[in-house]
Each structure stands twice: as C-alpha cells, then as structure tokens.
Ligand binder design. Structure first.
Ligand code: HEM
Length: 393
C-alpha cells in the first residue's frame, strides 16, 4: 500500500474507496473514513473518542478532554473565536480587500502570472501579522515563513520516527530552532503596550501569554499556505472555461458559488488525521483500537452520491445543493473545525470578489495533478490577467 500511496496519494485513495467501500483499512491500523455519516461522527467525537494527538508544529499533544493541555487549548480557542468577530474583522476585511486590489493591479501590469502562490503566501503572512498585532511586522513575517519552511519536510513525510530519533534529526532540530525563535518574538510582541489586533484583544480578555503565543503560532501556520492555496484554486476556477469570468463580472452569488466549488474540488486541507485509543463504533462501522483514522475532504467531496458528475468544475451546482453532515468539509467540522473558518471564508470571498471585479482571468496552463506533499497546492499553473472593461453607462 505504502508505495502505491506514495506514487499517487489522491488517485490511490479514490480508487480504494471505489473498490472497497467508504470505510476501508488501508493497511493494518490505518483506516480511511469517507462515509458521510461516519465522517460526521469522527469530527463530532474528536477530543473524546477520536483524538488529535499532534499539533500544527507536528509535536505530540494531549488528545482527551480533561487533560490540562487540551483544556487550555479549548479555552483559548473559545476566547479567540469570540475575538474573531464584529467590527475588528470588518476592518480587517477592508484592509485585506485593498491588499488584494494592489496585487491584482500588479498582475494586470505584468499580463501573465506564472505562479501566484509565492505572492499569495506573502499576502497571507502579511494578513496574519495585521490580524495578530494590528500592524505589519517584517520580523514576525520572516520567522513565520522560516518555521513553515522548516516544517514542510516533516509534514510532507509519511514516516513518524520514534520520538528520541526524531528529536535528533537535523530537520527536526531546524524546526525546533525556528519554533523557538518565533515563540520568543511573539512573547516579546504580545507584551508590548503598543501591540494591537488579536494580541491586544486576547490579553485584555485575560488570556495568559503562553497559551496566547501557542494560539498565534498555530494560526500563523494554519492560515499561511492554506489560504494562499485556496485563492490559487479559486483563480484556477475563475480562469476555467466553466468559470465564465470572461463573460462579464459574476454576481455576488456566482462568486460565492465559485468559492464553494473550488473548495469542493480542491480543498487545501485535503486530509485530516485522528487516532483511537479504544475500539470505536462509528455510524455502523467498527474502528479498531490504536488506529490512525484518516478523513479526506478531497475524497469526500468526490462522492457521486452527493455531487453529480463530481469531477466537473460546476459552480452552478451550488444553486440547489446543500450537502448533509460529513459531506462538505473544507474547514473540517465538529469541535476542532477551523478556528479561522469564518474569517478565512470571508477573506476568500473578498479576494474572489476583488479579482472578479477588477480583472478577467484566463488560464494559460491549467493546474496539473495537485501537489499534496502538505496542503493541496496547484502545480505548474499560469494565467493571463487583463483589466475588466468598465461598463459604459
Ligand atoms: C482560508 C482557508 C482555510 C481553510 C481551507 C482551512 C481549513 C482548516 C481545516 C480543514 C481545519 C481542521 C483540521 C482538522 O480537523 O484536523 C483547520 C483548522 C484550523 N485552522 Fe483553518 N483553514 C483556513 C484558514 C484559516 C485561517 C485564516 C486561520 C487563522 C487566522 C485558521 C486557523 C486554524 C486553526 C488555529 C486550526 C486548528 C483548530 C484546532 O485544532 O482547534 N485557518 N483549518
């Protein structure tokens, strides 16, 4: 299984589900769950029966409610969710729209964009600094970038070395150093009286410095590449002949459907991981003890029972589609659904609206097989950008 999976992760998972059904043991102790009812159960029962035992930095964490580390995370999560609402977020989205507008202007001047991902990743990193501190901070951006680059080989690898060996590997040591540098900087920043943004709101709400810095670090990592990948895929959709972006600006509803459809076909977080420590009954499926449980939004979003002609990019399918629980998971679900889901979705809608209003996109090289070493990103993808003709009055 290992070799076939490594050669073509996505193709292997789709073929396995087609051949063996929606809940399948890929290798002893590794179970892929793609039945919507079972997926819903796994996500809903996360933190009790299905455990997240690694954090965004690929470190082991407590997976059970009642354990101090997880309880602290969940408390900070609640405070952060309350802070990510209201006027502060509206102001952030206005700022974000201006940044996307400037990027689109630069693309229009260039005419052809060969690979938008690096610029979009820079934009996500800048958006994180703005959200986190209420201002830009080049040092913060540089340390966030360094940590994510140091983590990429660890995230991309399938191997989990035993802890003592893993700690010794040069890759792991580089990641530990990058983690330490970012943690130290964030501690200094959140202690500064001038810190604005989330750092200020959460400190004022009484969140202690350690869990606050842990939360900000996770947010930086969780939002950076994933948001950039999502916008790249939205552009790929808009530039697709089925995207109809050349026929005139899409309406706000059509833009929303384009975003939903690209998140369906190309969910940047294409795989979620859980573990069991006891046997679990999940919908009508038995999941063994000590299993690695995989839920793949990519696979779930191609279920022909939910999505007619699932491989086709068809934003208009969303006119009368409302997938049931466990069938549409670009932001996960249950107790650990994406903490930045509301904000992230609003950013994607903002980016898509600005691009659609300002420019006509035509894909010149359509994305080939997605690269899934970490987040799902488009490989070899370029597009033409021209100013959208203004309407004569
Ligand atoms: C815009 C595109 C985004 C997508 C597609 C996305 C997707 C996801 C998904 C699927 C998960 C759940 C992972 C799991 O269940 O294992 C997740 C978790 C998370 N996301 Fe997002 N995300 C996005 C943007 C953001 C943003 C903008 C932020 C923060 C500003 C963020 C912060 C987080 C955090 C902190 C978690 C971990 C939550 C926890 O474990 O309790 N995400 N994201």
């Amino acid at each position: 299984m290992h070799e076939a999976y490594e050669q073509d992760r996505l193709g292997f998972l789709l073929a396995t589900v087609r051949e063996h059904g929606p809940v399948v043991e890929l290798s002893p102790g590794t179970v892929l769950v793609a039945d919507p009812e079972a997926v819903h159960e796994v996500l809903k029962r996360t933190n009790t029966d299905f455990l997240m035992t690694q954090n965004r930095q690929k470190r082991s964490t407590a997976g059970h409610r009642g354990e101090a580390e997880l309880d602290s995370w969940m408390t900070t999560r609640r405070a952060t969710l309350s802070a990510l609402a209201g006027e502060a977020v509206d102001a952030h989205l206005d700022w974000y729209a201006t940044q996307v507008g400037a990027l689109v202007d630069a693309w229009k001047r260039r005419g052809t964009v060969d690979d938008a991902l690096p610029e979009l990743t820079d934009l996500s990193t800048l958006a994180f600094a703005q959200l986190c501190l209420g201002r830009d901070d080049p040092e913060l951006r540089s340390l966030v970038t360094a940590l994510q680059l140091a983590l990429l080989p660890i995230v991309g690898s399938n191997l989990r070395l035993p802890a003592p060996l893993a700690a010794l590997s040069p890759t792991r040591r580089r990641a530990v150093r990058a983690q330490r540098d970012l943690t130290e900087l964030l501690h200094r920043r959140v202690a500064e009286p001038s810190a604005g943004g989330l750092a200020h709101t959460l400190r004022s709400a009484g969140v202690p410095a350690d869990p606050l810095v842990r939360m900000l670090t996770s947010m930086a990592l969780a939002s950076r590449l994933v948001s950039a990948a999502a916008i790249s895929w939205i552009i790929a959709g808009l530039g697709d002949p089925g995207g109809q972006n050349g026929d005139g600006p899409l309406t706000a509803t059509e833009v929303a459907h384009a975003v939903d459809e690209s998140l369906r076909l190309w969910p940047p977080t294409w795989m979620l991981f859980r573990e069991t420590d006891r046997e679990q009954l999940c919908a009508s499926w038995r999941i063994p003890a000590d299993a690695a449980v995989m839920v793949s939004p990519y696979v779930s979003h191609r279920d022909p029972a939910v999505y007619a002609d699932p491989l086709r990019y068809a934003p208009d399918r969303w006119e009368d589609l409302s997938p049931g629980p466990g069938a549409y998971l670009p932001f996960g679900g249950g107790s650990r659904w994406c903490l930045g889901g509301r904000l992230g979705k609003a950013q994607l809608l903002t980016a898509a609206s600005v691009i659609n209003r300002e420019a006509v996109i035509t894909t010149t090289t359509a994305p080939s097989t997605p690269n899934v070493r970490s987040s799902m990103i488009p490989d070899h993808f370029s597009f033409h950008v021209v100013a959208r003709p203004s309407r004569s009055s």
